[in-house]
Design a protein around this ligand. Sequence first.
Ligand SMILES: CC(C)(COP(=O)(O)OP(=O)(O)OC[C@H]1O[C@@H](n2cnc3c(N)ncnc32)[C@H](O)[C@@H]1OP(=O)(O)O)[C@@H](O)C(=O)NCCC(=O)NCCS
Length: 193
Amino acid sequence: MGNLNSIRIGKEAIVSLGQTPRHELKVQIRWLIRRDLPEVLEIERDRFAHPWTEEEFLSALRQRSCIGMVAELDQRIVGFMVYELHKASIHVCNFAVASWANRQGIGSQMVQRVIDKLSQQRRREVQLELRESNLEAQLFFLEHGFRAVSVLRHFYEDTSEDAYLMRYRLDWVDEDFVPEYAPKNRISQYEIG
Ligand SMILES: CC(C)(COP(=O)(O)OP(=O)(O)OC[C@H]1O[C@@H](n2cnc3c(N)ncnc32)[C@H](O)[C@@H]1OP(=O)(O)O)[C@@H](O)C(=O)NCCC(=O)NCCS
């Protein structure tokens, strides 16, 4: 449970505001293959209130521009990411780490892998949408240099919730950053780093 430095948000997220030294689990990152799907679906159902179905994973991964990646620890899948390659950007469609392995650096290793695919000549940015209520992931992406650049009203069909469009650009330096949208609700209350 939380302590004075943490707050509980929504279904399961504990957002901690303090500095806790953490143990990092080094994972193997590789392409997602069909037989990973049962474990991926287990993580998906564990982490999301409105999970993708198996059919949604399959139809996304059938697209030529869509790539699945998994993080493996001792032959067990502990995280996955599904992303699309566009001409000038990478779009993260789905991403989660098993809750038992949370906060041990696995998500960071996966995001870094995607950021490493950017290049000045070609794809210069990574972007994704996050639910307005998903403060845990917002803090995670802020920590990795992403910024909320706009709000997409009623983006999610299931609950009609708004989304933040979060973006990471290779050529951003903090001084240059002028958001198209400066969030004034929960996300702006926390200063990272
Ligand atoms: C977001 C998510 C992928 C992060 O994965 P993770 O492996 O736990 O992330 P890491 O351990 O690499 O976290 C790195 C940093 O992110 C931030 N962070 C992650 N979880 C946090 C939390 N609960 N509270 C505050 N900051 C958090 C912290 O800065 C953390 O560094 P620290 O632990 O040294 O403080 C994971 O929480 C998750 O699967 N969430 C549910 C699914 C989801 O929301 N996916 C994103 C939308 S597609």
